[in-house]
Design a protein around this ligand. Structure first.
Ligand SMILES: *Cc1c(COP(=O)(O)O)cnc(C)c1O
Length: 379
């Protein structure tokens, strides 16, 4: 099945009890057992819930696997993946990963004896030289948040697995979504998502997911999902399932609008740098075009006049809402250095204070362009 069909049919079948075509929201914590110890597949909703099971099967299919798990947030998903490791293990991560990912690694898991180093993963040679004898996980984000750097997933997978078969390659596929790129097919072992973003797609739910290729890793992750318990509620699972059905049409329009905006910004006299994976000026545009179906909906740019100009633009749009998060139908604007990525300040991962990040929505491109033109004119 093609992904356009999978988003509508994968993980779904008419409800056996009533024939309901849409997955019912099984708002229950527990399930009647027919006899002591004899249940119908569900016993307690932290362990399993039919609405969540439908979402997990759907997301697994979209990433080309059978092993999906849903979580209460993207960070809860990332937290569980890190729990696969033991004290003394080393994680090699990208040097511009999501601010919350860096915060969890740096302020929390380091305390438990995990070692982290950060390299520019868009350069496979840096991944190769960054591997240590105790490296058990390589953490890639591509495209990255907020710089939209692109890493070559298959090149990195060859390096990581060429060195050791028990080093896991994890890809945070939140920005691309499985419609644009499928990391497991490119050699990754585990994919994580913040379903809060494009998969949910409507800025009305917080959630996460982990999809793995290997059954044993999945079993361990499922144990951790139940043991640690950061599961999403059935209503949240329903909302993500509903959002996913329109993922391909939304992503095509997000990308069409984003490409038009990247083109406009790259020619604007007040803009120093425009970052968009499919723009000809992007340093990894060739890799992006090979690995991704389109350039996605995120555009970042650096103002020539720095932090003050970035603040001015972000506070003077009317269609782009000044807010964190991304991936919804509505356009959003933010200044990463003081908003989403404030936790990286004073670290090697700190971002340019003149950087502005756009989550380009599904409005008409002309309206978005004139909104930006107006905000830029005051700089
Ligand atoms: C938002 C985000 C996360 C964290 O997800 P939450 O749902 O906010 O917990 C992780 N990675 C990336 C790339 C993100 O954009």
């Amino acid at each position: 099945m093609q992904i356009e069909t999978q988003v509508i049919h994968a993980g779904r079948s008419a409800d056996p009890a009533t024939g309901a075509v849409m997955p019912p929201i099984y708002q229950t914590s527990t399930y009647k057992q027919d006899r002591v110890g004899q249940h119908r597949g569900y016993e307690y909703s932290r362990t399993g819930n039919p609405t969540r099971a439908a979402l997990e099967a759907c997301l697994a299919a979209l990433e080309g696997s059978e092993h999906g798990l849903a979580f209460a947030s993207g960070m809860a998903a990332i937290d569980v993946v890190l729990r696969l490791l033991s004290p003394g293990d080393h994680v090699l991560a990208g040097n511009d990963v999501y601010g919350g990912t860096f915060r969890l690694f740096d302020s929390e898991f380091r305390r438990y004896g995990l070692e982290f180093t950060y390299v520019d993963t868009s350069d496979p040679a840096q991944v190769e030289s960054g591997l240590r004898p105790n490296t058990r996980m390589v953490w890639l984000e591509t495209p990255t948040n907020p710089l939209l750097n692109v890493s070559d997933i298959s090149a990195v997978a060859r390096i990581v697995h060429g060195r050791s078969s028990d080093t896991l390659l994890v890809v945070d596929n939140t920005f691309a979504t499985p419609y644009l790129q499928r990391p497991l097919e490119l050699g990754a072992d585990i994919v994580v998502h913040s379903t809060t973003k494009y998969l949910g797609g409507h800025s009305d739910v917080v959630g996460g997911a982990v999809i793995s290729r290997d059954a044993d890793i999945h079993t361990r992750l499922a144990f951790l999902q139940n043991a640690a318990g950061a599961v999403p509620g059935p209503l949240d699972c329903f909302l993500v399932l509903r959002g996913v059905q329109t993922l391909p049409v939304r992503m095509d329009r997000h990308a069409e609008n984003a490409a038009a905006i990247a083109d406009f910004l790259s020619r604007h006299p007040k803009v120093a740098v425009t970052l968009y994976p499919f723009h000809p000026s992007h340093p990894q545009a060739a890799t992006a075009r090979r690995q991704m179906r389109n350039g996605g909906g995120m555009v970042s740019f650096v103002l020539k006049n720095g932090a003050e100009a970035a603040r001015h633009v972000a506070e003077n749009t009317s269609l782009f809402t000044l807010a964190e998060s991304l991936g919804g139908v509505e356009s959003l604007i933010e200044v990463p250095a003081v908003m989403t990525h404030a936790s990286t300040a004073d670290s090697p991962l700190a971002v340019d204070p003149g950087l502005v990040r756009l989550s380009v929505g599904l409005e008409h491109a002309d309206d978005l362009l004139s909104d930006l033109e107006h905000a830029l004119s005051g700089v």
